[in-house]
Ligand binder design. Sequence first.
Ligand code: FAD
Ligand code: SF4
Length: 480
Amino acid sequence: MARKDPLHFLNVPRQMPRTKPASLRIQEFREITGQYDRDQAAEQAARCIDCGNPYCEWECPVHNYIPHWLRLIEDGRLFEAAELSHKTNSLPEMCGRICPQDRLCEGACTLNDGYGAVTIGSIEKYITDEAFRQGWRPTVDAEPSGKRVAVIGAGPAGLACADVLIRHGVQPVVFDRYSEIGGLLTFGIPPFKLEKEVVRTRRAIMEEMGVQFVLNTEIGRDVSLDKLVEDHDAVFMGMGTYQAVTGGFPGEELPNVHPALDYLIGNIRNVEGWSQEGSGFIDLKDKRVVVLGAGDTAMDCNRTAIRHGATSVTCVHRRGEGQLRGSRKEYKNAREEGVKFLFNRQPVAIVEEDGRATGVKFMRTRLATAEDGRTRIEAVEGSEEIIEADAVVVAFGFRPDPADWFRDHRITLHEDGRVLAGPHGPYAMQTSNPNIFAGGDMVRGADLVVTAVYEGRQAAMGIIDYLGLGAIELPGQQVN
Ligand code: FAD
Ligand code: SF4
């Protein structure tokens, strides 16, 4: 698959789609990056040198056929690129927007060594957005098998599972406790990273494909798992991880100390006008905000607070700048938008006055080598300092929160509460209850959209085999 001009990358620099200047983007909750037109997409796709060792494919958790669809875009064959892109990824338009490409496909691109990686994520987004706009739809041509599978959770894992099932003649029925599909894509990730219209479009397309959604329905409360097992041939669980990690220091219960997800969900409901659901909007206008944590969730809180008109937003991390857990792209965006970062500081208490937080007490940290030779972070004696705050947002991440009813259904857990399921059992992603499969954050721990998609797809493959419909191999993915 030789490129038309293998040295094209020397003449054409890496160019992202137009990105709004920070001064404009902080005034709205809209995506900050625009879209390529046909020529720009083709020109950027043609920068791929087809290096013969597609590290990008290997670093991409769903093993997208990246050089192949880049070549199709270079040749203007949009619908073929969309078809190929959907062979390995059920939500390419989401991943193209919010994958941490710098750590995955683009980080592994051969051109990332001084020439600027191919803009893989932006081209992936372009392919699906533009193909949908022009009327292309994913192919569903399998004969119905008469089998039905209940999918608990309409997040990336559940949607990916449903996508593969319906394309193989199995009827998925997707249950979610929320009123919209998407899981954290809808009720977590802010619209400046992913506008909710993108999720609505995907929902319409999945419904056209035949996927059934039963929303506002919590399994274990409104419908029992027994009932789902009775009415379906198998069950897939993609329920995420929702127990917020706390710092364990005094003052976290104060009314102006907010868990990250409460803050983000309240904002999304407000922006989308879903106030009938009890908005829970937390207004940080004119407040000095301190955000604790430095992963993707913390960056989203920082940037949301900036858009709310906070007087100042200070993000504090116990490690150094080089040890950020989230995407560098989001860190850069946050800095550009005016977030101030303080590194190597560990919160030890929320400072309280008259029942409200007025600041956070920190100690400085440094790296130390323990007797066993390992490095660890230690607090520096006598280094306490207080940073004043009118509101504090806690974004330390999420732990699994297994439901009580898992035990009744013989679903084995890891010690930390994650559901035990994996690609290597007799059937991919099967739990210790043969009829029940699981994937995504509830199996991996809080991770990424693309890894949840991968596991949802793997589970569908396991379910199809388990139902006796024949072993299928998903292109681009290997079970072993
Ligand atoms: P979820 O997306 O959590 O979906 C689970 C679904 O199950 C939810 O809709 C929930 O309502 C439903 N559910 C749970 N229990 C029940 C029940 N009993 N009955 C019915 N329904 C139920 N990843 C990235 O790749 N890039 C990012 O930029 C990024 N940013 C993030 C920002 C934030 C604020 C957060 C919190 C996460 C972010 N992530 C990001 C991580 C990513 O969103 C998750 O890894 C991914 O959504 C996990 O998918 P999932 O399907 O396993 O779970
Ligand atoms: Fe890159 Fe994510 Fe797309 Fe894979 S799914 S090619 S990692 S943006």
